[in-house]
Each structure stands twice: as structure tokens, then as C-alpha cells.
Design a protein around this ligand. Structure first.
Ligand code: G1P
Length: 290
């Protein structure tokens, strides 16, 4: 089976959940410790073997393009100062992969954002990674989906079980049969009421999709708020028997949610050798008074 070469990352969202921080900067550039969230997501794709990234962008997102480009003045200054470790750090970002950008002119939903990438992707399977969902670097979230895609030949949604009170935040699929590993999706519904949810298995921002999904996206009728839902196109793949769900065995933070964003920052800081000791001592001291 051929290697999965391409990935799409939609980054056109307005980030209204993080105002005022996102008034004049993209939400994807908010850092976990000192690295922007979007870089963690790009690195996950690269670790899984992706070589070519298509970012679906919009107005006000130039900082993302600059981040993954050569920073000539900065690199020149670091070189003259002999700061070779920072120079290597900065240069490495532009060398992570090949980057292409397509614009989503209007906020017409996730399905529309993915459709905007059609010509850049062409006629081959691709990964789709949503920038708010960050998985622990120690695990390889996307690889679980690529394995499932190669095993079944179908499109794949990455899923995790969430508390019942959270099902209305996600696309929800039918529950798995008893065995481990990928299972056929027969039902997928977007943000159901907990009383109507087919299970607690939530689609968590990672997909491997066949190019056929573009035909379904192009045929969609707009849903609530004039938005085109990716889930409606995935439901069409499920009806054709072409969609499987793969459980992702990795720790995840929804960095679009303030509490999860803070938790991710704390945990990533504790992973850093240069911060861990002092930061852990500070947290223990702080916790005494909570
Ligand atoms: C989107 C999808 C939803 C998915 C979620 C994962 O929702 O529409 O199916 O479960 O991402 O994060 P959003 O978070 O953009 O509202």
C-alpha cells in the first residue's frame, strides 16, 4: 500500500473562544510552553511520514505562513551572534515538510474548509488534522489511523471515548463491536444531544480520507448557519460501507478549550528538563493553599 504523503490542516477559524488573545493573532500560534500549538500538530503529521502539508487559511493568518518559512533577518542575526542552537531550532521549522496554503474566503464550516484543499490534494488519500486537538508527543496518534487505513482500505476517523456530558461537542459514531482495532462505522452524527447519542465514541480531530470524500463534500447542502459539515460527507462514506473508526491510544488535550489549554501547558512544562524541578516545586507549594 502506498505511503500517505499529504495532510490537510484547516487553520481559518476565528478563535473567538480565546478572545482577546486572538483578536490580532491566529489562535493556532498560541504556545504550549514556547512552541505554537500548530507546530505540535505539524510535527505529529511529519512523524507519521507526511511530506506535504496543505494549510487551509484565511485573512489574519499570515503569522502561520511566516512561522513555517525562512526567517532571514532572525537567522542572520543568530548566525552573527554565534547562537547556533537557536539558529538550528529556527531553521528546522521551515525544513519540517513542504507547505502549501489555500484560502477559505468565507467561514462556511469544516466541510467547506476541507473542500478548499481539493485541488492541492489531488486524487490520493490524505490525512486531516484539526489544530485544536493536540495529542501527547510521546504517542503517535495519526499512525493508528494510517495502520487502520492500510488494513481496511477505507477512510478512517480517529475516536476516543468521552464522558456523556461531552458528546454534544463532537461527531459521535456507533459503538465498537467487542474486539480491539478498527470497526465499521454505520452511524455518525454531529454534536448529538446526550440522550440521542449512538455511543460515547467521539471523533477527535484526526482523519485519513479517500479523495472520494471531496465528491460528497461538493454535493452537500449547507446545514445550520449556512455551514457545510464534514460529518455529513463522512455519513455518506459510512452509507457506502467505506468508513471505519480507529481508537487513538494517546493522551489528548482540546487546546481550543481554556481549561484543557492550561492543563496542556502545565503538563508540557513538566516534560521539560530545564523547567521540571522548579516548576514542580512551585506547583506543590501553590497547591498547599488551594
Ligand atoms: C469538529 C467536527 C467534529 C469533531 C471535532 C473534533 O467540531 O465537526 O465532528 O468531533 O471537530 O475536535 P468543532 O470542534 O470544529 O466544533
Amino acid at each position: 500500500m502506498n505511503k500517505l504523503r499529504k495532510a490537510v490542516i484547516p487553520v481559518a477559524g476565528l478563535g473567538t473562544r480565546f478572545l482577546p488573545a486572538t483578536k490580532a493573532q491566529p489562535k493556532e500560534m498560541l504556545p504550549l510552553v514556547d512552541k505554537p500549538v500548530i507546530q505540535y500538530v505539524v510535527e505529529e503529521a511529519v512523524r507519521a511520514g507526511v511530506e506535504s502539508l496543505v494549510l487551509v487559511t484565511g485573512r489574519g493568518k499570515a503569522a502561520i505562513e511566516n512561522h513555517f518559512d525562512v526567517a532571514f533577518e532572525l537567522e542572520d542575526t543568530l548566525r552573527r551572534r554565534g547562537n547556533l542552537s537557536d539558529l538550528e531550532l529556527v531553521q528546522g521549522i521551515a525544513q519540517l515538510a513542504q507547505f502549501a496554503y489555500v484560502r477559505q474566503g468565507e467561514p462556511l464550516g469544516l466541510g467547506h474548509a476541507v473542500l478548499c484543499a481539493r485541488h492541492a490534494v489531488g486524487d490520493e488519500p490524505f490525512a486531516l488534522l484539526l489544530g485544536d486537538d493536540v495529542f501527547d508527543e510521546a504517542d503517535s496518534a495519526l499512525e493508528a489511523l494510517i495502520t487502520a487505513h492500510h488494513a481496511t482500505g477505507c477512510s478512517v476517523v480517529g475516536v476516543q471515548e468521552v464522558p456523556l456530558e461531552h458528546v454534544s461537542r463532537y461527531g459521535i459514531v456507533n459503538a465498537p463491536p467487542a474486539s480491539d482495532g478498527p470497526w465499521k462505522v454505520t452511524t455518525i452524527v454531529e454534536k448529538p444531544d446526550p440522550s440521542a447519542a449512538p455511543s460515547r465514541w467521539a471523533v477527535v480531530g484526526r482523519y485519513v480520507l479517500e479523495p472520494r470524500v471531496f465528491d460528497h463534500l461538493a454535493a452537500l447542502e449547507p446545514g445550520v448557519g449556512g455551514e457545510y459539515q464534514l460529518t455529513d460527507a463522512l455519513a455518506a462514506l459510512a452509507r457506502e460501507g467505506r468508513l471505519v473508526a480507529a481508537p487513538i491510544p494517546a493522551k489528548r488535550w482540546d487546546t481550543g478549550n481554556k481549561l484543557d489549554y492550561l492543563k496542556a501547558n502545565v503538563e508540557y512544562a513538566l516534560k521539560r528538563a530545564e523547567l521540571r524541578g522548579d516548576f514542580a516545586a512551585y506547583l506543590k507549594d501553590l497547591a498547599k493553599d488551594l
